[in-house]
Ligand binder design. Structure first.
Ligand SMILES: Nc1ncnc2c1ncn2[C@@H]1O[C@H](COP(=O)(O)OP(=O)(O)OP(=O)(O)O)[C@@H](O)[C@H]1O
Length: 408
């Protein structure tokens, strides 16, 4: 990183409160002004990261995101505003950054960070900030950061908790050293399914910005080989020491099994979605009977006897639900399986013949049709009869049957 020769009078005025800090001063601020950072994801974490980097004068900021601003983003994605709803997040984020500091360069990429663009992008910046919300992007960002020799400042926030660490910094561990295998897809949650308290990504993203400034400005002690965990409910922070770089790591170890496409031009990057099993969520799964929302609506309209089992968490069920449904959250179904069978009428014995009664169909629903599919599979594995998933769940119900049904 080359230091610019001096700070202009305008810069001295703008960054004056940094410059008088003994920890910063002219040299650090000049390094910050001469640095470049790629921010992947302009959502809940990306918002404060981008705002603080712009304010601090990071000279060139890259923003990559393929999403558009949604009204449900605004409680936490504070870089966007109501007037930007439906516009590309990268455009909205760029305008906000430049409104804070018009003297910096902001480069935007209205696309997903993927195998096809990753190397070229990361090579072109000093550091990459992982502000995404999914496991396959985390592995991809990590691997490319390792191959390009760039630090990866990574944040995560869900519900009321968040975490933060710096990977691949001066011989420290990378994401793969700590997580050689991705978690099973069904155990992975996100803000859209589980909710997030808006300020939590705000806090983690602000800390991510702090770590980025320390690395590009070369001051303080970056959070390498340590994980910071924040619990918003008790307002407590915990810091855990992480293992050091693993010699058996598949990407930064002594004998990497992930080909380095930088040093071996004939090699290809792996398919990260496949690696993380993300494409295993087959919504119209062949192993489970299913109906569309339209088909279920005609069953209701015909008055066909059935049970409607809503498997969302109670807090979601209380927001809205279809008439005559019963609620047993998928997360509790294993422990409450006896109760589930009772509720769906599959333990009833015909008093005349002393045999189980012919069960009525059981339709399962959730928000998007994913948990209900898993719940249906669970019931089928326990020999439940006549179990049917409603594809697309309540979101699809809103789209195709009843636009007045609340969307959340
Ligand atoms: N591979 C990727 N490349 C670029 N951007 C990504 C990638 N993966 C995720 N993102 C972006 O990261 C951001 C993450 O934001 P956040 O976690 O706040 O949730 P969201 O996707 O905006 O909203 P919600 O989860 O409520 O639907 C999103 O804007 C998303 O588009």
């Amino acid at each position: 990183m080359e230091d610019p020769p001096f700070l202009s009078n305008d810069q001295i005025l703008r960054y004056g409160r940094h410059l008088i800090l003994p920890a910063i001063g002219m040299d650090v601020q000049r390094r910050i002004c001469n640095s470049s950072v790629l921010v992947v994801g302009a959502g809940g974490l990306g918002s404060p990261v981008l705002q603080y980097l712009a304010g601090a004068g990071v000279g060139r900021i890259g923003i990559i995101d393929a999403d558009e601003v949604d009204i449900s983003n605004l409680h936490r994605q504070v870089i966007h505003s109501e007037s930007e709803v439906s516009n590309p997040k990268v455009d909205s984020a760029r305008d906000s950054c430049l409104a804070i500091n018009s003297s910096i360069i902001v480069e935007t990429f209205n696309e997903r960070f993927s195998r096809s663009n990753a190397i070229e992008l990361v090579q072109n910046y000093d550091l990459v900030a992982d502000c995404t919300d999914n496991v396959s992007s985390r592995y991809l960002i990590n691997d490319i950061a390792v191959m390009c020799g760039k630090p990866d400042v990574s944040g995560g926030a869900i519900g009321t908790e968040g975490q933060l660490t710096v990977y691949n910094y001066k011989g420290g561990p990378c994401y793969r050293c700590l997580h050689p295998k991705p978690p099973p897809p069904e155990t992975v949650s996100n803000c859209s399914d589980n909710g997030v308290l808006g300020v939590v990504p705000g806090i983690i993203g602000s800390l991510q910005a702090m770590e980025i400034l320390k690395i590009v400005g070369q001051f303080g002690e970056p959070l390498s080989a340590k994980l910071l965990i924040f619990d918003g409910l008790s307002c407590s922070f915990r810091s855990m020491r992480l293992r050091s770089r693993s010699p058996t790591c598949d990407v930064c170890g002594d004998k990497p099994t992930i080909p380095n496409v930088l040093t071996d031009p004939t090699a290809d990057l792996i398919d990260y979605n496949e690696f993380c099993g993300s494409c295993h969520v087959e919504l119209d799964a062949k192993d489970c009977p299913s109906v569309s929302c339209e088909e279920y609506k005609s069953i209701v309209d015909q008055g066909d006897e059935h049970v409607l089992l809503d498997v969302r968490e109670l807090v979601q069920y209380e927001i809205c639900s279809l008439p005559n449904s019963i609620n047993i959250p998928f997360a509790q179904m294993k422990e409450r399986i006896g109760e589930v069978f009772k509720e769906i009428g599959q333990t009833d014995i015909d008093p005349l013949f002393g045999k189980p009664v012919q069960p009525v169909p059981v339709y399962l629903i959730c928000r998007r049709g994913i948990d209900s599919l898993s719940a249906a599979r669970l019931l089928l594995s326990k020999d439940a009869k006549n179990v049917i998933n409603i594809r697309g769940g309540l979101l699809q119900w809103h789209r195709t049957i009843d636009s007045e049904f609340p969307l959340y």
